[in-house]
Write a protein that binds this ligand. Structure first.
Ligand code: NAD
Length: 474
């Protein structure tokens, strides 16, 4: 439904409704925008840090004030339920305020001045940052790049996904600092990432886009942060209680945003001796917490998937094992890209549902015999984003957690209930590199530049040591 030069976004819950239209940014216009950003960056970086942070604090207040309308827009363009959209916007505001609070320490000069010499470490911005972001949490995933990049003195150009371009554009309008948006698909993204004036790339998305973006950035020798997909295991140890609370949390850890979350619980592993007990507890939890339907309707906890292609891919995953449809459906399933959520018990361990990221509301559960074999199964494969371990004994859980090949391990929860602004997030293996959140997330947007006067050569010092080319003492 897009005309020449425009992108029309449909509502995935009501596919006859166009939510909004944005103008596509052709590659030649990307060039102009990056050059404007480059000119702005120098003025922005010349402003004192407290001055830049005051702009960001005002942005947080403006986004907070606009949240009710923005959340409805986000629900309509993405199919995410309204409560989750309000939560995402609230988390973006909290993150922005966290950056305002912590940037002064993270970006301060570090000074050493003693009898070995004087060293000043500066935290300098890169220049123009290119951010390429996915549709599934478009506001927070853009804000994780926008806030630290601007605080550090960079300018930033964001290319959101064409599947959720509208709310991000409004949020950017409220920021009031050198952040710009370009719209389009892979071609626009490539024009941005490969631009000669882009000095840092921040990408969140899938493996194919990540590979293309990393190659373009590498070709320009532009450093990058890559936040890619995951196939998170959730391992229940043999002492894990299947309480209602834990099961409710687990169900939503897989089915929030219709299973389309990077760190969703995507493979469940349970001791074989407790598998039928687990399935009973899981189906009961799904009956309590899972209502699929229109994202704006009260009581609905899961909306449609993002597109017709995603719907077809989700349905194809139910091809082995015993399939249980979950929860209730409220509304007209034919009005949009709805998929009945499902638990698949003991599918073929080599099936795509187990070995690849499903990114869909279909989750497998597999029985295991002992901890070594489940650890090997959990760590198999190329992805290493998140993982979780569930146990009545926290020490035992942490000991097991240390052996996961994952960038972030949750204990007795999974997915966003286990996130923290204080904890760096990112993947190992082929789930990406670099980190977002916490001090590591701030550090991605500065380069350490050193000024050093060795003691021996400071004005007035008597030159000592082993000669004009000797190694220093410290
Ligand atoms: P996607 O890779 O299809 O798209 C992401 C962005 O990259 C979009 O803006 C898209 O237009 C752009 N893009 C795609 N190909 C490109 C190319 N060749 N050159 C330049 N830009 C290109 O991903 P998606 O479907 O929007 O999101 C789903 C994926 O993102 C899943 O794999 C999910 O796990 C992952 N994800 C990861 C995290 C994380 O923090 N690790 C968070 C959210 C989503």
């Amino acid at each position: 439904m897009s005309g020449a030069g425009t992108l029309a976004r449909e509502n995935p819950a009501r596919t006859d409704e166009i939510v909004g239209v944005v103008a596509e940014t052709p590659p030649e216009a990307v060039d102009v925008i990056v050059r404007e950003a480059d000119a702005d960056q120098r003025k922005w970086a010349a402003r004192a840090l407290p001055d830049r942070l005051a702009v960001l604090a005002r942005a947080a207040a403006a986004i907070e004030d606009a949240t009710p309308g923005l959340a409805t827009l986000l629900a309509r363009e993405s199919g995410k339920v309204a409560g989750d959209c309000r939560g995402e916007l609230g988390f973006a505001v909290r993150y922005l305020r966290w950056v305002v609070e912590h940037a002064p320490e993270a970006y301060a000069d570090r000074v050493l001045d003693d009898d070995l010499g004087r060293i000043v470490e500066q935290r300098k911005p890169y220049g123009v940052v290119a951010a390429v972001t996915p549709w599934n949490a478009p506001v927070i995933l853009a804000m994780l790049k926008i806030a630290p990049a601007l605080a550090a003195g960079n300018a930033i150009v964001v290319k959101p996904s064409p599947l959720a371009p509208l709310t991000v554009s409004r949020v950017v309008d409220l920021v009031g600092a050198p952040v710009r948006v370009v719209h389009g698909g892979a071609e626009t993204g490539a024009a941005l990432v490969g631009h000669e004036l882009v000095r840092k790339v921040a990408f969140t998305g899938g493996a194919a886009g990540g590979r293309a973006v990393a190659a373009l950035a590498g070709d320009r020798l532009t450093p990058s942060v890559l936040e890619l997909g995951g196939n998170d295991p959730a391992v229940f140890l043999d002492d894990a209680p299947f309480t209602d609370d834990a099961m409710d949390r687990l169900v939503m850890a897989s089915f929030a945003t219709s299973g389309q979350v990077c760190m969703a619980a995507k493979r469940l592993y349970v001791p074989s001796s407790r598998l039928s007990e687990f399935v009973g507890a899981y189906l009961a939890a799904a009956d309590r917490v899972l209502v699929t339907g229109d994202p704006l309707a009260d009581g609905v906890t899961m909306g449609p998937v993002i597109s017709g292609a995603a719907q077809r891919a989700a349905l194809a995953l139910r091809d082995s094992g015993t399939v249980h449809d979950l929860g209730l459906f409220d509304g007209d399933p034919a009005s949009g890209y709805f998929v009945r959520p499902a638990l698949v018990v003991e599918p073929d361990p080599g099936s795509p549902l187990v070995v690849a990221e499903q990114f869909a509301p279909v989750v497998p559960v597999l029985g295991y015999s002992d901890e070594e074999s489940v650890l090997a199964a959990a760590n198999a494969g190329e992805l290493g984003l998140g993982a979780s371990v569930w146990s009545a004994d926290e020490e035992r859980a942490f000991a097991f957690a240390r052996r996961f090949e994952a960038g972030f391990t949750f204990v007795n929860t999974h997915n966003r209930t286990g996130m923290s602004l204080r904890a760096p997030f990112g993947g190992v293996k082929r789930s990406g590199w670099g980190r977002e959140y916490a001090h590591e997330g701030l550090a991605e947007y500065v380069q350490t530049c050193v000024i050093h006067a060795p003691a021996a050569f400071r004005p007035g010092a008597a030159v000592t040591g082993g000669g004009p080319s000797a190694y220093p003492a410290g």
